[in-house]
Design a protein around this ligand. Structure first.
Ligand code: GH3
Ligand code: MG
Ligand code: MG
Ligand code: MG
Length: 323
């Protein structure tokens, strides 16, 4: 949960977008067997960037798996096939997005076209013009910084779309999708899937007595106790408000009941500390347990059966599990 929070902060408002884009210096891998040309390119780039020369394409490919911001390949090299290196770099997961500049002979149209077809980002004609080199390298590195930033932001957004913001548990949408698939599988002869529906008892009294923030703290602490009491394959989620659901693949009712009761005891036996430890609250939960019945069962019906357990638990005194 903490990791998620931190990555959120990292991507927050002014955090890094601008900051990370500001430093334009990059790690540049120059792959060339013409050492005079390679050295000239490195000398030109070294004021702004950190260039490294590599004459062996295998070693270059290995290095490109690391934190390289730009690869400059002489596709007219005599001792190795530069176009092949470009193709390999483009097909490897770790270097797919790495910018590549191809150094080509102005008279070698076929190789220039081939390099572009393989997906190099830009072309440098040899003999390489220093100013042109500096400008093209800078553009590619800047573009990479920005697309890296966008990609990270997209990953973060995708994660947020399936995560409950307050607790870091899965959200209802994610749970529903997973449950749908598991029930379908169970209906077709697969393993049974169990669900726990849990509702915090008299939660309104927490909000009314100690404030909404204290209520939020209880929800967060409950999420920690919930997540630490289920197996790695289980899916603990916040269904909404102060209601939580755990989806348990390949689980029979007895085991689900046992886990539910362990969670219930873990909640009720240790008071919740809120408001910086100023208040200590006794919290209990009511839990309903249900398991898939095979053919014809639906996620909605399964959740409803578990919810009926919650209702019965509430009616018979709360702080209990009904299967
Ligand atoms: P019961 O034992 O019957 O479940 O009683 P209850 O008070 O828990 O039940 P009820 O459903 O009436 O109250 C739930 C309360 O949870 C009402 C709502 O204001 C509060 N709540 C819902 N979402 C949040 C939230 O995100 N944060 C806080 N602090 N309160 C929330
Ligand atoms: Mg409720
Ligand atoms: Mg209620
Ligand atoms: Mg409640």
């Amino acid at each position: 949960l903490r990791e998620r929070e931190e990555s959120g902060r990292r991507l927050g408002v002014n955090a890094d977008g601008a900051g990370r884009l500001r430093g334009s210096g990059g790690r540049v891998l120059i792959v060339d067997d013409n050492l005079r040309q390679a050295q000239r390119i490195a000398d030109e780039l070294t004021r702004e960037h950190r260039p490294v020369i590599e004459t062996d394409p295998k070693a270059a490919l290995l290095a490109s798996r690391g934190l390289i911001d730009l690869m400059i390949v002489n596709v007219a090299a005599e001792s190795f096939d530069g176009l092949r290196l470009v193709a390999q770099a483009r097909s490897a997961e770790t270097s797919r997005h790495m910018p590549i500049l191809a150094v080509v002979e102005p008279t070698d149209r076929p190789r220039l076209i081939k390099a572009l077809e393989l997906g190099v980002n830009d072309i440098l004609m040899s003999p390489v013009d220093p100013e042109e080199l500096a400008a093209r390298a800078r553009t590619q590195i800047r573009r990479k910084r920005y697309t890296d930033f966008l990609r990270e932001k997209l990953d973060y957004s995708l994660e947020m779309a399936v995560t409950d913001a307050l607790t870091g548990l899965h959200n209802r949408r994610y749970m529903t999708g997973q449950l749908q698939a598991l029930v379908q599988r169970a209906n077709h002869g697969g393993d049974p899937v169990a669900v726990l529906v849990m509702d915090i008892d008299h939660f309104k009294a927490v909000n009314d007595g100690f404030g909404h923030d204290a209520g939020d703290e209880v929800l967060q602490e409950f999420a920690v106790r919930l997540a630490t009491n289920v197996r790695a394959v289980d899916l603990p989620c916040r269904f909404g408000g102060e209601e939580f659901v755990v989806v348990m693949p390949d689980t029979r009712i007895e085991d689900a009941h046992r886990i539910a009761d362990r969670i219930r005891r873990d909640v009720s036996s240790v008071p919740f500390r809120v408001m910086g430890g100023k208040e200590t609250l006794n919290i209990t939960i009511s839990v309903g347990v249900a398991v898939s019945l095979g053919q014809g069962d639906t996620p909605e019906a399964l959740l409803k059966r578990a919810d009926e357990g919650v209702y019965e638990a509430k009616a018979t005194g709360r702080n209990r599990v009904i299967a």
